[in-house]
Write a protein that binds this ligand. Sequence first.
Ligand code: AP5
Length: 247
Amino acid sequence: MALNLVMLGPPGAGKGTQAERFAREHGIPKVSTGDILREAVHSDSELGRKVKTVMERGELVGDDLIIGIVRERLVQPDAVAGFVLDGFPRTAAQANALDQITAERGPVICVEIQVPDEELVRRVRARRVCEDCGANADAFVHQADALPDLCQNTDRCRSVGPKWVARSDDSETVVRERLKIYWRDTRPMIEYYSARPTFRRIDGLQTPEQVREALVSAVASALGLPAGQLQSLVAKKLSGVKGGARP
Ligand code: AP5
């Protein structure tokens, strides 16, 4: 059985923070549509030029484009034993596409992180990302008012001075627009998922560590397993996959 996890929730709920940690701890890739699009904008690729303005306005990129990106990513060998999806699906069309893409891949666990709107706006406005690589300052280690001296994600980040900046779509006006779109397009889709036996909700107002623990318990309970057995699930799946996963 693969470990297929979808993180759901509004902007600033902590999806990316938890997806990153869960993926690393369980040896499966984090697939973040926001990260993929931001990387494309950063590198000024054709895709980046197409989506830049849409993202800066806080609107959603077109379904066909984003579905194509996810479809292509999830067939890569490192995603065979499972994946953590962050930021997808966000519309009914994307949810239908995900059902098709994962039809032969075992259960898909959906976990919604719940956080009230005013706390979301506070978190997003306080967020700082590395100007070089785009990574968030790690909420597990640092609070926004005590940013680390260096970003540790890439050689380049490690060798240059601190460059923490606001994300270009994190202004209050754009965040409120993102929230409006979330309630209009994404929230009804989550309600549709909530009827499934593999759907779970967790409280995102807790500390990052408490949310992490709640997430592991939620995934284990959705699979009917003790929390300690999630890792061995991935290991077993990988032992049957030629080439294995990337480190
Ligand atoms: P995306 O990057 O997916 O943004 P988002 O969904 O709006 O989510 P965020 O990254 O803002 O928040 P998060 O829930 O990941 O929280 P995080 O962990 O960072 O999408 C950006 C744009 O790309 C979209 O607007 C759209 O244009 C486009 N796009 C992407 N996917 C798309 C799709 N499928 N379809 C169409 N368009 C798409 O945490 C937030 C902050 O809070 C951080 O500073 C963190 O350190 C802190 N924090 C985290 N956890 C805690 C905690 N427990 N307590 C206190 N602080 C915490």
